[in-house]
Design a protein around this ligand. Structure first.
Ligand code: ATP
Length: 312
């Protein structure tokens, strides 16, 4: 049984070296919210399984090859010859501001259905990690997320991960609110809390209180460069972000989740889980790429080194 089971769409990722309008070069890699989390966890030494659908094409093979190379179990991943692997393009618009364009409508990844998860759910996992991105991909993926939340053999972690290009706030709320009572660890940016809190909940404190009242064990609030805070029934713990030179903020949230869940799997108290989460998030923003710069366990202290240090 793996430590973590996660599911969703992985895409081929093309990263431009300058605004697309100007041409330039595209570097090919792999991206996906849940695969980013899976890679982060695998680098910390946890056993992670990812389930998703890829096309029978070179992009799909690249996804599987990359995940295998990173130590993620893809034994239950599905290949669908009838649809292509999706594509995401990252374009550096100005400085650290990246424009993200998706080419994923009708993709293989959006053909995920609950049946694809049956075997993996039956085999179990200590944590099932879900993301709102997958629920936004269509009725099949949404049903898969619901099925995983209902059938999860252990803890359920949900990252709201709202994507305005995929659905409206109303659609997101309608899909995600019913899952809240099944969720043990809810991760959201501060501006996403109202999407999952009951209608009418006002500011952040009221949203958090309402979510905890619905049975969520831990509400983890991401605040970008301002850090993060965890609320449990009895207390809250906050941490500032780790100051690093910012290269590319995309993927910070997924890295943060990997760090947080890793701490949980290691049995760390909330304070230390949050420490690991903000450090892992900082690694993501300090390196280019969604997951490429994520730390291995023995690298966690690297950011404490003085700027300009050579690692010899
Ligand atoms: P994304 O959707 O791009 O993955 P997100 O909005 O889900 O990101 P953020 O709140 O931006 O997530 O970032 C998650 C965590 O990463 C923050 O709580 C913080 O710890 C860390 N982080 C984000 N931005 C920075 C930054 N500029 N410097 C240092 N750490 C950062």
């Amino acid at each position: 049984m793996p430590d973590v089971l996660t599911l969703g769409e992985a895409m081929a990722a093309m990263r431009a070296d300058r605004p697309l309008l100007l041409g330039g070069n595209l570097a090919l890699s792999v991206a996906g919210a849940e695969t980013n989390v899976a890679i982060g966890l695998a680098r910390f030494g946890h056993s992670v399984r990812w389930v998703g659908v890829n096309g029978e094409d070179e992009f799909g093979r690249l996804v599987l090859r990359t995940l295998r190379a990173e130590g993620v179990d893809v034994s239950h991943a599905v290949v669908d010859p009838a649809a292509p692997t999706g594509l995401v393009v990252f374009e550096p618009r100005v400085a650290d501001l990246t424009r993200v364009s998706y080419y994923r409508a009708g993709s293989a990844g959006s053909r995920l259905v609950p049946g694809h998860l049956s075997a993996a759910l039956a085999e179990g996992a200590r944590i099932v990690h879900l993301s709102g991105v997958t629920a936004a991909l269509g009725p099949g993926p949404r049903a898969a997320v619901e099925a995983a939340a209902h059938a999860a053999p252990g803890l359920v972690s949900l990252d709201v991960n709202y994507r305005a290009k995929l659905w409206s706030p109303q659609e997101a709320s309608a899909a995600l609110r019913p899952l809240v009572p099944l969720v043990d660890i809810l991760v959201a940016s501060d501006d996403e809390l109202a999407l999952v809190a009951p209608p009418g909940a006002g500011g952040e404190a009221e949203c958090v209180e309402a979510l905890l009242a619905q049975g969520v064990g831990e509400v983890v609030v991401k605040r970008g460069a301002a850090g993060a805070e965890v609320f449990t029934g009895s207390r809250s713990v906050a941490r500032p972000a780790v100051r690093v030179p910012v290269r590319d903020t995309v993927g910070a949230g997924d890295a943060f989740v990997a760090g947080y869940l890793s701490g949980l799997l290691d049995g760390l108290p909330v304070e230390e889980r949050l420490d690991r989460a903000v450090v892992t998030g900082a690694f993501a923003v300090a390196a280019t790429g969604d997951w490429e710069g994520l730390p291995f366990r023995d690298e966690l202290a690297l950011l404490d080194a003085a700027p300009g240090t050579a690692l010899r």
